[in-house]
Design a protein around this ligand. Structure first.
Ligand code: PLP
Length: 382
Protein backbone atom coordinates (compact mmCIF):
# COMPACT_ATOMS: atom_id res chain seq x y z
CA UNK A 1 0.00 0.00 0.00
CA UNK A 2 1.38 3.41 -1.04
CA UNK A 3 0.78 6.91 0.21
CA UNK A 4 0.30 6.21 3.92
CA UNK A 5 1.12 9.22 6.08
CA UNK A 6 1.30 9.86 9.80
CA UNK A 7 -1.29 12.61 9.25
CA UNK A 8 -3.38 13.00 6.11
CA UNK A 9 -4.66 16.57 5.96
CA UNK A 10 -5.56 16.49 2.30
CA UNK A 11 -8.42 14.03 2.59
CA UNK A 12 -9.76 15.90 5.59
CA UNK A 13 -9.66 19.16 3.63
CA UNK A 14 -11.46 17.63 0.68
CA UNK A 15 -14.47 16.88 2.87
CA UNK A 16 -14.81 20.49 4.04
CA UNK A 17 -13.36 22.13 0.93
CA UNK A 18 -16.38 24.15 -0.14
CA UNK A 19 -16.90 25.59 3.36
CA UNK A 20 -13.20 26.37 3.84
CA UNK A 21 -12.68 27.87 0.40
CA UNK A 22 -15.72 30.10 0.83
CA UNK A 23 -14.50 31.30 4.25
CA UNK A 24 -10.95 31.99 3.11
CA UNK A 25 -12.16 33.93 0.06
CA UNK A 26 -14.60 35.85 2.23
CA UNK A 27 -11.77 37.00 4.53
CA UNK A 28 -9.60 37.97 1.58
CA UNK A 29 -12.43 39.96 0.02
CA UNK A 30 -13.00 41.73 3.33
CA UNK A 31 -9.25 42.54 3.65
CA UNK A 32 -9.71 42.25 7.43
CA UNK A 33 -6.57 40.13 7.62
CA UNK A 34 -5.61 41.06 11.16
CA UNK A 35 -8.12 41.06 14.03
CA UNK A 36 -11.05 40.63 11.67
CA UNK A 37 -14.44 39.57 13.02
CA UNK A 38 -13.60 35.87 12.61
CA UNK A 39 -10.88 36.07 15.27
CA UNK A 40 -13.25 37.29 17.94
CA UNK A 41 -16.03 34.98 16.78
CA UNK A 42 -13.70 31.98 16.92
CA UNK A 43 -12.48 32.95 20.40
CA UNK A 44 -16.07 33.04 21.64
CA UNK A 45 -17.03 29.78 19.96
CA UNK A 46 -13.98 28.02 21.38
CA UNK A 47 -14.65 29.46 24.86
CA UNK A 48 -18.15 28.07 24.75
CA UNK A 49 -16.91 24.68 23.50
CA UNK A 50 -14.34 24.49 26.30
CA UNK A 51 -16.58 25.93 28.99
CA UNK A 52 -14.16 28.74 29.86
CA UNK A 53 -14.80 32.47 30.19
CA UNK A 54 -11.95 33.70 28.03
CA UNK A 55 -10.04 32.48 24.99
CA UNK A 56 -7.14 34.67 23.94
CA UNK A 57 -5.86 33.74 20.49
CA UNK A 58 -2.16 34.07 19.64
CA UNK A 59 0.33 33.11 16.97
CA UNK A 60 1.24 29.55 17.99
CA UNK A 61 1.30 27.14 20.90
CA UNK A 62 4.82 28.04 21.95
CA UNK A 63 3.84 31.70 22.25
CA UNK A 64 0.78 30.68 24.26
CA UNK A 65 3.02 28.99 26.83
CA UNK A 66 5.47 31.89 26.82
CA UNK A 67 2.77 34.54 27.28
CA UNK A 68 1.12 32.50 30.02
CA UNK A 69 4.41 32.41 31.93
CA UNK A 70 5.04 36.12 31.28
CA UNK A 71 1.67 36.90 32.85
CA UNK A 72 2.77 35.32 36.14
CA UNK A 73 5.42 38.02 36.79
CA UNK A 74 8.12 35.54 37.72
CA UNK A 75 11.69 36.50 38.55
CA UNK A 76 14.89 35.15 37.02
CA UNK A 77 15.72 31.77 38.52
CA UNK A 78 12.19 31.05 39.72
CA UNK A 79 11.42 27.38 39.32
CA UNK A 80 8.82 25.95 37.01
CA UNK A 81 8.04 22.24 37.19
CA UNK A 82 7.62 20.51 33.83
CA UNK A 83 7.82 16.98 32.53
CA UNK A 84 10.95 16.21 30.54
CA UNK A 85 8.95 13.82 28.36
CA UNK A 86 7.19 16.38 26.16
CA UNK A 87 7.63 18.39 23.00
CA UNK A 88 10.56 20.75 23.57
CA UNK A 89 8.41 23.92 23.45
CA UNK A 90 7.01 23.27 26.93
CA UNK A 91 10.44 23.51 28.51
CA UNK A 92 12.09 25.87 26.05
CA UNK A 93 9.85 28.81 26.97
CA UNK A 94 10.74 28.39 30.65
CA UNK A 95 14.45 28.66 29.85
CA UNK A 96 13.88 31.45 27.35
CA UNK A 97 12.29 33.61 30.06
CA UNK A 98 15.28 33.12 32.38
CA UNK A 99 13.33 30.79 34.63
CA UNK A 100 14.56 27.42 35.81
CA UNK A 101 12.87 24.31 34.44
CA UNK A 102 12.68 21.57 37.05
CA UNK A 103 12.14 18.24 35.35
CA UNK A 104 9.83 15.62 36.75
CA UNK A 105 9.14 12.09 35.66
CA UNK A 106 5.97 10.83 34.00
CA UNK A 107 3.85 7.78 34.75
CA UNK A 108 4.60 4.76 32.60
CA UNK A 109 0.93 4.17 31.81
CA UNK A 110 -0.50 7.55 30.78
CA UNK A 111 2.80 9.29 29.86
CA UNK A 112 1.88 12.39 31.90
CA UNK A 113 3.29 14.04 35.02
CA UNK A 114 3.75 11.71 37.94
CA UNK A 115 2.26 13.19 41.10
CA UNK A 116 4.93 11.78 43.44
CA UNK A 117 7.65 13.17 41.23
CA UNK A 118 5.97 16.59 41.28
CA UNK A 119 5.58 16.51 45.06
CA UNK A 120 9.27 15.74 45.46
CA UNK A 121 10.26 18.57 43.11
CA UNK A 122 8.46 21.38 44.92
CA UNK A 123 10.82 23.79 46.70
CA UNK A 124 10.36 27.26 48.23
CA UNK A 125 11.36 28.67 44.81
CA UNK A 126 8.72 26.81 42.82
CA UNK A 127 6.37 29.25 41.13
CA UNK A 128 4.36 27.23 38.61
CA UNK A 129 3.64 23.73 37.33
CA UNK A 130 3.07 22.86 33.67
CA UNK A 131 1.30 19.54 33.16
CA UNK A 132 1.24 18.34 29.54
CA UNK A 133 -1.74 16.34 28.29
CA UNK A 134 0.45 14.18 26.12
CA UNK A 135 -0.75 12.34 22.98
CA UNK A 136 -4.37 13.35 23.65
CA UNK A 137 -4.95 12.17 27.18
CA UNK A 138 -5.37 14.33 30.24
CA UNK A 139 -2.79 14.37 32.98
CA UNK A 140 -4.27 13.15 36.25
CA UNK A 141 -5.45 16.61 37.22
CA UNK A 142 -7.35 16.08 40.47
CA UNK A 143 -4.32 15.19 42.64
CA UNK A 144 -2.23 17.77 40.76
CA UNK A 145 -4.74 20.55 41.38
CA UNK A 146 -4.93 19.55 45.03
CA UNK A 147 -1.16 19.56 45.44
CA UNK A 148 -0.86 22.89 43.60
CA UNK A 149 -3.55 24.44 45.79
CA UNK A 150 -1.76 23.25 48.95
CA UNK A 151 1.34 25.12 47.80
CA UNK A 152 -0.52 28.01 46.25
CA UNK A 153 0.99 27.29 42.84
CA UNK A 154 -0.64 28.03 39.50
CA UNK A 155 -1.07 25.26 36.94
CA UNK A 156 -0.51 26.08 33.28
CA UNK A 157 -1.89 23.26 31.15
CA UNK A 158 -0.10 22.45 27.91
CA UNK A 159 -3.14 21.29 25.98
CA UNK A 160 -1.53 21.39 22.51
CA UNK A 161 -2.10 17.66 22.01
CA UNK A 162 -5.40 17.13 23.78
CA UNK A 163 -7.94 19.73 22.73
CA UNK A 164 -11.37 18.12 22.85
CA UNK A 165 -10.38 15.76 25.65
CA UNK A 166 -11.98 15.93 29.06
CA UNK A 167 -11.37 14.81 32.62
CA UNK A 168 -13.86 13.63 35.21
CA UNK A 169 -13.31 14.48 38.88
CA UNK A 170 -14.22 12.11 41.69
CA UNK A 171 -17.35 14.17 42.43
CA UNK A 172 -18.55 13.60 38.86
CA UNK A 173 -17.64 17.07 37.55
CA UNK A 174 -16.33 16.86 34.03
CA UNK A 175 -14.06 19.57 32.59
CA UNK A 176 -12.31 19.97 29.27
CA UNK A 177 -8.53 19.71 29.27
CA UNK A 178 -7.10 23.23 29.26
CA UNK A 179 -10.00 24.48 31.38
CA UNK A 180 -8.82 23.12 34.74
CA UNK A 181 -5.70 25.08 35.58
CA UNK A 182 -5.18 28.83 35.90
CA UNK A 183 -4.28 29.06 32.20
CA UNK A 184 -4.66 26.53 29.41
CA UNK A 185 -2.52 26.76 26.29
CA UNK A 186 -2.99 25.18 22.92
CA UNK A 187 -1.57 25.06 19.41
CA UNK A 188 -3.43 25.07 16.12
CA UNK A 189 -0.44 23.68 14.20
CA UNK A 190 -1.95 21.89 11.17
CA UNK A 191 -1.42 18.36 12.47
CA UNK A 192 -2.94 19.00 15.92
CA UNK A 193 -6.44 17.74 16.67
CA UNK A 194 -7.80 21.23 16.00
CA UNK A 195 -5.35 22.48 13.40
CA UNK A 196 -5.47 25.46 11.08
CA UNK A 197 -3.72 25.88 7.72
CA UNK A 198 -0.66 27.62 9.07
CA UNK A 199 0.34 28.58 12.61
CA UNK A 200 -1.97 29.47 15.45
CA UNK A 201 -2.45 29.12 19.17
CA UNK A 202 -4.57 30.24 22.10
CA UNK A 203 -4.72 30.65 25.85
CA UNK A 204 -7.79 29.96 28.00
CA UNK A 205 -8.66 31.21 31.46
CA UNK A 206 -11.63 31.87 33.72
CA UNK A 207 -9.86 34.79 35.42
CA UNK A 208 -11.03 38.18 34.09
CA UNK A 209 -7.98 40.16 35.25
CA UNK A 210 -5.55 37.57 33.92
CA UNK A 211 -7.39 37.41 30.59
CA UNK A 212 -6.89 41.12 30.11
CA UNK A 213 -3.21 40.80 30.97
CA UNK A 214 -2.67 37.89 28.56
CA UNK A 215 -4.39 39.92 25.86
CA UNK A 216 -2.13 42.90 26.57
CA UNK A 217 1.07 40.86 26.58
CA UNK A 218 0.14 39.32 23.24
CA UNK A 219 -0.36 42.84 21.90
CA UNK A 220 2.81 44.79 22.80
CA UNK A 221 1.65 45.34 26.36
CA UNK A 222 -1.07 47.76 25.32
CA UNK A 223 -4.73 48.01 26.16
CA UNK A 224 -5.16 51.34 24.47
CA UNK A 225 -3.34 51.75 21.18
CA UNK A 226 0.11 53.34 21.53
CA UNK A 227 -0.01 53.31 25.35
CA UNK A 228 2.24 50.43 26.38
CA UNK A 229 1.89 49.44 30.02
CA UNK A 230 4.05 46.32 30.22
CA UNK A 231 6.61 44.58 28.05
CA UNK A 232 4.86 42.14 25.77
CA UNK A 233 5.26 40.70 22.33
CA UNK A 234 3.42 40.53 19.04
CA UNK A 235 1.47 37.31 18.82
CA UNK A 236 -1.70 37.14 16.75
CA UNK A 237 -3.92 34.53 15.17
CA UNK A 238 -4.66 35.86 11.70
CA UNK A 239 -8.20 36.15 10.38
CA UNK A 240 -7.88 33.52 7.65
CA UNK A 241 -6.75 30.94 10.20
CA UNK A 242 -9.56 31.93 12.56
CA UNK A 243 -12.12 31.52 9.78
CA UNK A 244 -10.77 28.03 9.04
CA UNK A 245 -10.73 27.14 12.73
CA UNK A 246 -14.38 28.17 13.11
CA UNK A 247 -15.28 25.55 10.53
CA UNK A 248 -13.01 22.87 11.96
CA UNK A 249 -14.20 23.50 15.51
CA UNK A 250 -17.68 22.37 14.43
CA UNK A 251 -16.12 19.05 13.40
CA UNK A 252 -13.80 18.65 16.39
CA UNK A 253 -15.92 16.14 18.30
CA UNK A 254 -16.40 14.05 15.16
CA UNK A 255 -12.65 14.27 14.49
CA UNK A 256 -11.93 13.05 18.02
CA UNK A 257 -14.40 10.19 17.52
CA UNK A 258 -12.70 9.21 14.26
CA UNK A 259 -9.34 9.13 16.03
CA UNK A 260 -10.77 7.05 18.85
CA UNK A 261 -12.30 4.62 16.36
CA UNK A 262 -8.91 4.19 14.66
CA UNK A 263 -7.33 3.61 18.09
CA UNK A 264 -10.01 1.02 18.87
CA UNK A 265 -9.10 -0.80 15.67
CA UNK A 266 -5.40 -0.82 16.53
CA UNK A 267 -6.08 -1.90 20.12
CA UNK A 268 -8.18 -4.87 18.96
CA UNK A 269 -5.62 -5.87 16.34
CA UNK A 270 -2.73 -5.80 18.83
CA UNK A 271 -4.55 -7.35 21.80
CA UNK A 272 -2.53 -10.19 23.27
CA UNK A 273 0.65 -9.54 21.26
CA UNK A 274 3.57 -10.07 23.58
CA UNK A 275 5.69 -7.29 22.05
CA UNK A 276 3.07 -4.56 22.13
CA UNK A 277 1.67 -2.61 25.05
CA UNK A 278 -1.27 -0.68 23.64
CA UNK A 279 -2.00 2.84 24.90
CA UNK A 280 -3.48 3.07 28.38
CA UNK A 281 -6.86 4.76 28.64
CA UNK A 282 -7.63 6.22 32.03
CA UNK A 283 -11.21 5.67 33.18
CA UNK A 284 -11.52 9.34 34.17
CA UNK A 285 -10.27 10.89 30.94
CA UNK A 286 -11.43 10.78 27.35
CA UNK A 287 -8.40 9.99 25.22
CA UNK A 288 -8.57 11.90 21.91
CA UNK A 289 -5.53 10.21 20.37
CA UNK A 290 -3.45 13.03 18.98
CA UNK A 291 -1.00 10.16 18.68
CA UNK A 292 -1.46 6.43 18.85
CA UNK A 293 1.67 5.64 20.83
CA UNK A 294 2.37 2.10 21.88
CA UNK A 295 5.26 0.62 23.80
CA UNK A 296 7.38 -2.12 22.28
CA UNK A 297 9.05 -4.77 24.38
CA UNK A 298 11.45 -7.62 23.68
CA UNK A 299 12.26 -6.43 20.17
CA UNK A 300 14.69 -4.02 18.51
CA UNK A 301 12.69 -0.86 17.84
CA UNK A 302 15.01 0.41 15.09
CA UNK A 303 14.54 -2.87 13.24
CA UNK A 304 10.78 -2.55 13.57
CA UNK A 305 10.80 1.01 12.18
CA UNK A 306 13.05 -0.05 9.31
CA UNK A 307 10.92 -3.06 8.42
CA UNK A 308 7.74 -0.99 8.58
CA UNK A 309 9.41 1.50 6.25
CA UNK A 310 10.01 -1.27 3.72
CA UNK A 311 6.25 -1.83 3.77
CA UNK A 312 5.67 1.92 3.37
CA UNK A 313 4.19 2.20 6.84
CA UNK A 314 5.40 5.40 8.50
CA UNK A 315 6.14 5.23 12.23
CA UNK A 316 7.57 7.95 14.43
CA UNK A 317 9.37 8.21 17.75
CA UNK A 318 7.74 10.87 19.94
CA UNK A 319 10.16 11.60 21.54
CA UNK A 320 13.51 9.88 21.06
CA UNK A 321 15.38 12.36 23.26
CA UNK A 322 13.72 13.94 26.27
CA UNK A 323 14.16 17.57 27.25
CA UNK A 324 16.65 16.89 30.04
CA UNK A 325 18.93 15.16 27.51
CA UNK A 326 18.88 18.08 25.08
CA UNK A 327 22.03 20.20 24.82
CA UNK A 328 19.86 23.30 24.88
CA UNK A 329 18.90 22.60 28.46
CA UNK A 330 22.16 21.18 29.80
CA UNK A 331 22.56 24.05 32.29
CA UNK A 332 19.47 22.87 34.13
CA UNK A 333 20.52 19.25 34.51
CA UNK A 334 22.41 18.11 37.57
CA UNK A 335 24.02 14.75 38.24
CA UNK A 336 21.31 13.87 40.72
CA UNK A 337 18.50 14.10 38.23
CA UNK A 338 16.86 10.72 37.74
CA UNK A 339 13.92 10.21 35.45
CA UNK A 340 13.79 6.43 35.00
CA UNK A 341 10.35 6.25 33.37
CA UNK A 342 11.18 9.06 30.95
CA UNK A 343 14.45 7.35 30.00
CA UNK A 344 12.65 4.03 29.57
CA UNK A 345 9.92 5.55 27.36
CA UNK A 346 12.52 7.15 25.08
CA UNK A 347 13.67 3.67 24.18
CA UNK A 348 10.33 1.93 23.61
CA UNK A 349 7.61 4.27 22.35
CA UNK A 350 6.40 4.00 18.78
CA UNK A 351 3.67 6.08 17.16
CA UNK A 352 1.63 4.77 14.23
CA UNK A 353 -0.31 6.79 11.64
CA UNK A 354 -3.18 8.57 13.36
CA UNK A 355 -5.59 11.02 11.79
CA UNK A 356 -9.26 11.54 11.05
CA UNK A 357 -9.40 9.83 7.67
CA UNK A 358 -7.89 6.39 8.21
CA UNK A 359 -9.88 3.76 6.30
CA UNK A 360 -10.52 0.23 7.53
CA UNK A 361 -8.29 -1.00 4.73
CA UNK A 362 -5.44 1.23 5.83
CA UNK A 363 -5.86 0.32 9.48
CA UNK A 364 -5.83 -3.33 8.51
CA UNK A 365 -2.70 -2.90 6.42
CA UNK A 366 -0.83 -0.91 9.08
CA UNK A 367 -1.68 -3.19 12.01
CA UNK A 368 -1.09 -6.34 9.98
CA UNK A 369 2.26 -5.01 8.82
CA UNK A 370 3.37 -4.39 12.37
CA UNK A 371 2.24 -7.84 13.47
CA UNK A 372 4.05 -9.46 10.55
CA UNK A 373 7.21 -7.47 11.21
CA UNK A 374 7.19 -8.51 14.87
CA UNK A 375 6.61 -12.18 14.02
CA UNK A 376 9.43 -12.10 11.49
CA UNK A 377 11.90 -10.41 13.84
CA UNK A 378 11.02 -12.93 16.50
CA UNK A 379 11.73 -15.94 14.30
CA UNK A 380 14.96 -14.27 13.15
CA UNK A 381 16.18 -13.94 16.74
CA UNK A 382 14.78 -17.30 17.96
C1 PLP B 1 2.83 21.37 19.26
C2 PLP B 1 3.14 21.53 20.68
C3 PLP B 1 3.55 22.77 21.22
C4 PLP B 1 3.91 23.96 20.40
O1 PLP B 1 2.96 24.41 19.50
P1 PLP B 1 3.44 25.28 18.23
O2 PLP B 1 2.13 25.80 17.70
O3 PLP B 1 4.14 24.39 17.28
O4 PLP B 1 4.30 26.39 18.73
C5 PLP B 1 3.75 22.84 22.58
N1 PLP B 1 3.57 21.77 23.38
C6 PLP B 1 3.20 20.57 22.90
C7 PLP B 1 3.01 19.43 23.84
C8 PLP B 1 3.00 20.40 21.53
O5 PLP B 1 2.64 19.20 21.07
Amino acid sequence: MQGLQMVDLKRQYEKIKSEVDEAVLRVIASTAFINGPDVNAFAHELASYLGVKHVIPCANGTDALQIALMALDLKPGDEVITPSFTYIATVEVVALLGLKPVFVDVSADNFTMNIDSVRAAITPRTRAIIPVHLYGQSADMEPLLKLAAEHNLPLIEDNAQAIGSDYTFSDGRKLKTGAMGLIGCTSFFPSKNLGCYGDGGAMFTNDDVLAEKLRMIANHGQKQRYYHEIVGCNSRLDSIQAAILRIKLRHLDAYCDARRAAADYYDAAFAGNEHIITPFRAANSRHVFHQYTLKLQGVDRDEVVRALGERHVPAMLYYPVSSHKQNMLRDFVTDEIELPVTDMLNTCVLSLPMHTELSQEELHYISNSLLEVLAKLQTATA
